[in-house]
Design a protein around this ligand. Structure first.
Ligand code: DGJ
Length: 554
């Protein structure tokens, strides 16, 4: 027998397999978040990617319900589905992992050419421990709950429960390990660790163990993160006064989640995030919100205690304009990429996708957008079963085909996007020698009055000094030379936007306005707009429309 032959064949096979793996890695490098010049991008296949997502309802990630999810995702033109992995399903018996749900969702997502964000419903789900495996729920001594001020066990897991932390860490690591092997082409872009961590109904854990830590010195890294002087042994109450309980609970929860996340990341370094149930951004006093999660007041504690978490992400259900925009501002920080993993898909809220993109968001994902049920029954009529999807679908139909360009231009600092704000019928965006003036409620030629319920939105990117990519809905966009504007500032009634520059009036003229579509990621012009279609500026209705406009002065 020629013994060399099988060895040679084995070496050849191993080398072919290694080459195939290498080619796969080359083709689909692992998603990552990058940071440059104060801006963030989610890199997918090594280029900036804008996640236009939708989150399924909580109990939708089952073979029997997924058809009702995919049909909605298709209708929406979403490029990413956010959907849970349930700890109780994943670990049916202590230490035994069932990968079937992970494999099933991966296979289905691939077949639908849609990316995934998987939500690890582990120790915390909306502040409770409802997704813990059954054996853990049966043993509250070992997998202990938060104890409230009156000594009662409440419906929330204790961040001091070492046994729960050990189990969650093992299970989450098992899940990430499997994902690494089962998802070589990186269908999964990000993983959410836990869900809306923290506790409702108690500002912290008052168990004897927690009390002992509460009366011990605040760790130095927390003092530093919260801009407190380094102290020699002051305890939580002494350092933080009325904020002591919530800061302490945030520290304890962040430390726990940070350990789970770090263990998972060590086996598979995907971007990880934690979502926050918010406090009122203007008057969120302790006791009025879920304590412990990454609310805006404790972001520095979370950053220092859970460095394996890349993003602290707000679930935005506060839908009035001042609250919504304030929350976006609070989470858009030099040390935190902006990502909205849950929000409402109502007509009024849909425009905030543009505000988020304007702040450099890497993704956006309204909640509960599948046909199993709706959180907005008022938007669902027998006549129109898609009404609850339509506002998001309109956004994604418009932006989906151009999302790579949006993400690229945004990361390069060349793009601005805004949504209408009550009482502000015009907004001005500055682009070097040009201002883009956005007007709402103008009709074709009138002056801006604002729309009755604000729904307008606009996106402008500078392609070169005098050339812009422009899109939007329910608004008008025009360009004016930068400088003191001719009065009235509102452009309308055919008035040409002009500004006083170097002692003379400069007036805008359109050299060319092209309307087109995005095909395979590139703009393809279809016609030149002129006459009534440009004489009053560039008017956008609720129909998708994408333009490239070249401007000059005279
Ligand atoms: C926020 C949670 O994170 C979601 O899982 C879901 O429960 C929604 N709230 C409300 O339905």
């Amino acid at each position: 027998m020629n013994w060399k032959r099988p060895i040679f064949t084995a070496i050849l096979a191993a080398s072919i397999a290694a080459q195939a793996l290498y080619a796969q890695i080359e083709k689909h490098p692992i998603p990552r978040i990058v940071h440059q010049d104060g801006r963030y991008a989610l890199m997918v296949d090594d280029a900036p990617f804008l996640m236009l997502g939708a989150q399924s309802n909580n109990s939708s990630d089952w073979p029997s319900t997924l058809p009702k999810v995919w049909s909605a995702i298709e209708y929406l033109h979403a490029n990413t589905l956010e959907t849970p992995i349930y700890w109780e399903q994943f670990e049916p018996k202590p230490g035994q992992f069932d990968y079937s749900a992970v494999d099933n969702i991966l296979g289905q997502a691939r077949a639908h050419h849609v990316h995934l964000v998987l939500l690890w419903f582990g120790t915390w789900k909306n502040g409770s421990q409802h997704y813990m495996p059954e054996d853990m729920k049966r043993d509250p001594q070992r997998y202990s709950h938060v104890v409230d001020k009156n000594g009662e066990l409440i419906d929330s897991p204790s961040p001091f429960a070492q046994a729960s932390l050990d189990r969650d860490t093992r299970a989450f690591t098992g899940f990430m390990q499997h994902l690494r092997i089962a998802d070589p082409d990186h269908t999964v872009l990000m993983v959410q660790v836990e869900n809306e961590t923290g506790t409702w109904g108690s500002q912290r854990d008052y168990s004897p163990e927690a009390n002992k830590v509460f009366t011990s010195p605040v760790p130095q890294e927390v003092l530093k993160a919260m801009n407190k002087p380094a102290s020699s042994g002051a305890n939580w109450s002494e350092v933080f006064g009325t904020e002591a309980e919530v800061n302490f609970h945030a520290w304890a929860v962040a430390r726990y989640v940070g350990r789970v996340a770090a263990a998972g990341k060590a086996v598979y370094p995907l971007p990880l995030y934690v979502n926050a149930a918010l406090r009122d951004p203007f008057k969120g006093a302790p006791g009025t919100y879920e304590s412990g999660g990454p609310t805006d007041n404790v972001i520095p504690i979370w950053k220092v205690e859970a460095p394996a978490i890349d993003v602290l992400a707000p679930d935005i259900y506060l839908l009035d304009t001042p609250s919504y925009t304030k929350v976006l501002d609070l989470y858009h920080r030099p040390d935190n990429p902006l990502f909205v993993p849950e929000t409402a898909g109502t007509p009024h809220a849909a425009r905030f996708l543009f505000t988020s993109i304007g702040l450099g968001a890497i993704g956006y994902s309204p909640f509960g957008l599948d046909y199993t049920r709706t959180n907005h029954p008022e938007m669902m009529t027998a006549k129109d079963p898609n009404a609850f999807l339509d506002p998001t679908a309109a956004n994604y139909k418009l932006l989906g085909p151009m999302m790579r360009d949006i993400a690229r231009l945004n990361f390069a600092g060349k793009l601005q996007a805004v949504a209408e704000i009550e009482g502000e019928p015009t907004q001005t965006l500055h682009f070097g020698a040009w201002d883009a003036v956005i007007s709402y409620g103008t009709g074709r030629g009138g002056v801006a009055k604002g729309t009755p319920e604000p729904i307008g939105r606009a996106l402008v990117a500078q392609l070169s000094a005098d050339k812009f990519l422009v899109t939007g809905m329910d608004c008008r966009v025009d360009f004016r030379p930068a400088g003191p504007a001719k009065q009235p500032v509102e452009i309308g009634n055919g008035q040409i936007p002009s500004a006083r520059v170097d002692d003379k009036w400069l007036h805008r003229q359109f050299l060319r306005v092209e309307e087109g579509v995005y095909e395979n990621g590139s703009f393809r012009p279809q016609r030149i707009l002129n006459g009534d279609q440009t004489d009053w500026g560039l008017t956008f209705t609720s129909e998708p429309q994408i333009l490239e406009a070249s401007v000059a002065t005279y």
